[in-house]
Design a protein around this ligand. Structure first.
Ligand SMILES: [Zn+2]
Length: 214
């Protein structure tokens, strides 16, 4: 159990976006409140009636998530909620777009495994989203003309193939992700955004030959 802070700090610490939460203002978590939360994609309520230790943040099933923080990922396990990130490798002049389910993504796992054969990955842009999974599917389609399936690399003595790697600029990937967000009216919450003033990640947009020849 962790020391109780206020709801805003608690949600920030656990990377729970505002759009997942409901202020109950001391009201009872009635059946109709739970139904409302379910219909509106709200997974956590705050200012609820206190648990026996006096906390007032609960999941939809009235479990105190302060007493049991493991119930946070449990509550979200079947949701589409997650984090989307765009990472760039300056050496490889390539972009990766990926998702992670419960925690915002950091570059070290890409760098530790030398993903696609490079270890200078930097997460340039990331946000949480109510439908992270569908962003992942849609971006694949939109960026497929830049997709490169040539990234075989070795890690731990094994051969891997990096999917999700695109030969395009950070700008291109960023504006494509923005389009998906707007078009599908997705809810997002910014985690970080790198402003590429000097154009380090302004890679060439290389269209695959067999696609451009069509
Ligand atoms: Zn509690």
């Amino acid at each position: 159990m962790e020391e109780f802070t206020n709801a805003k700090e608690f949600f920030e610490k656990h990377e729970i976006a505002d759009f997942l939460t409901l202020d109950l203002k001391g009201k009872v978590e009635s059946k109709s409140v739970k139904e409302y939360m379910k219909l509106n994609g709200l997974y956590f309520a705050f200012n609820t009636n206190p648990c026996k230790r006096g906390h007032t943040i609960k999941d939809r099933h009235s479990h105190c998530v302060v007493c049991d923080t493991a119930s946070i990922s449990f509550a979200l396990r079947n949701s589409q909620y997650g984090f989307v990130y765009i990472a760039g490798s300056e050496c490889g002049e390539i972009i990766k777009i990926g998702t992670s389910k419960f925690k915002s993504f950091r570059e070290f796992s890409l760098n530790r495994t030398s993903y696609a054969g490079y270890n200078d990955w930097k997460v340039l842009y990331s946000f949480s989203c109510n439908e992270a999974v569908s962003v992942e599917k849609k971006k694949k389609k939109e960026l497929s003309i830049y997709h490169s399936d040539l990234f075989e690399y070795k890690h731990d003595g094994k051969k891997h193939i990096a999917s999700e790697v695109f030969k395009c600029s950070y700008d291109k990937a960023y504006s494509m992700v923005q389009e998906i967000i707007l078009k599908h009216k997705l809810k997002t919450n910014l985690v970080n955004k790198f402003n590429d003033h000097t154009g380090i990640y302004n890679f060439r947009n290389l269209i695959r030959l067999n696609d451009s020849a069509k």
